[in-house]
Ligand binder design. Structure first.
Ligand SMILES: *Cc1c(COP(=O)(O)O)cnc(C)c1O
Length: 229
């Protein structure tokens, strides 16, 4: 079941890639979002070819990490509280949700303590939804500069979550704008940043996100079915 759904998602990813403008040639990394799904489901997905796992809560991810370990790449996609920075740098390969100077500094400090350079994305709240985290576009530049300067963080790109419109086509202008911002920051003369990832698109809108230039998509429900809370 999971294997079949995964294959459908992979086919849709390929189809969406084919619809992009020719300037966008990057590969698209699928992050399978496993929050609220158990290790058995995760194993099924891994056996079917999943290499990258997305979790949004540290506590939940820790238990799963103890069982599955380093056979997959771990992505932290959810909002992160500063007091969890220590665990976050211990478990996660890429943290998608840096959105304040305070959090950036906390992650830098904890990464330094374990001798790690932590790969991070900065989360942008383009639609300025109060219910969502992320930095506003007008505050993005100084945060990018700060993350670039912190010695134990490596800035790798941007992440965004589109509003949950009934009509997913409404997300398109927002994804397009994110890609413009992403292409724009590639030209900034950073010190250590390596701008390569644009993480956007979830189960209901990843096709549109890819068409508009996402190169990481975070897909849960379309692979694992609805979550039980
Ligand atoms: C849960 C979650 C996803 C996956 O959502 P689905 O609709 O289940 O695909 C993607 N990104 C973030 C930040 C999430 O919290």
């Amino acid at each position: 079941m999971i294997a079949e759904k995964l294959q459908e998602v992979e086919e849709k990813i390929e189809a969406a890639k084919a619809r992009r403008t020719p300037q966008i040639t990057e590969d698209v990394q699928l992050v399978a979002v496993t929050k609220n799904h158990d290790v058995a489901a995760m194993r099924e997905a891994i056996d079917a070819g999943v290499t990258d796992i997305g979790e949004n809560r540290i506590q939940e991810a820790m238990g799963k990490y103890e069982t599955l370990g380093r056979q997959v790449t771990w992505h932290l996609i959810g909002h992160l509280q500063t007091n969890k920075a220590k665990q976050a740098v211990k478990y996660f390969d890429l943290i998608h949700s840096v959105d304040t100077p305070h959090l950036a500094r906390a992650l830098d400090k904890e990464a330094g303590k374990i001798g790690k350079v932590q790969d991070v994305l900065v989360q942008v709240n383009l639609a300025k939804e109060e219910s969502k985290s992320g930095v506003y576009e007008e505050d993005l530049q100084p945060l990018l500069q700060l993350v670039d300067e912190l010695p134990h963080l490596r800035l790798c790109g941007l992440m965004c979550i589109a509003p949950n419109y009934d009509d997913t086509e409404k997300c398109r202008p927002l994804f397009r704008r994110m890609r413009e911002i992403f292409d724009g920051i590639k030209d900034i003369p950073f010190q250590t940043a390596n701008i390569k990832y644009l993480s956007m698109g979830m189960s209901h809108d990843y096709g549109i996100a890819i068409e508009e230039g996402a190169n990481i998509v975070r897909v849960g429900t379309a692979i694992f079915g609805p979550r039980q809370y």
